[in-house]
Design a binder for this molecule. Structure first.
Ligand SMILES: [Zn+2]
Length: 90
């Protein structure tokens, strides 16, 4: 019996692998599944997971492939293929 946090971690890895293989549809399904596990168990999504998934379309973001990353005065701006931006301080 795996704990939900481990399952989220595993789904994150699977999403990353699928995205690297170019299977964005499969990667998105893993991202959605991980979000559902988090919601059902009232767990916050790990920061790493949030950074690499799009809030708008659930895509797994691979910098240089499915996302553009720019740094701008104190934060990183990640732009998904769907046009959604996310900003993180660094
Ligand atoms: Zn998106």
């Amino acid at each position: 019996m795996t704990v939900p946090a481990d399952r989220i971690e595993r789904l994150h890895e699977l999403a990353r692998e699928a995205a690297r293989d170019g299977d964005t549809g499969l990667a998105r399904r893993y991202v959605r599944r991980a979000r559902r596990v988090a919601e059902r168990n009232r767990l916050p999504l790990p920061d790493r997971f949030k950074r690499f998934s799009c809030d708008a379309c659930d895509a797994y973001l691979v910098p240089g492939r499915t996302a553009r990353v720019r740094t701008r005065s104190g934060h990183v701006v990640v732009t998904c293929d769907c046009g959604e931006h996310a900003r993180y301080p660094y």
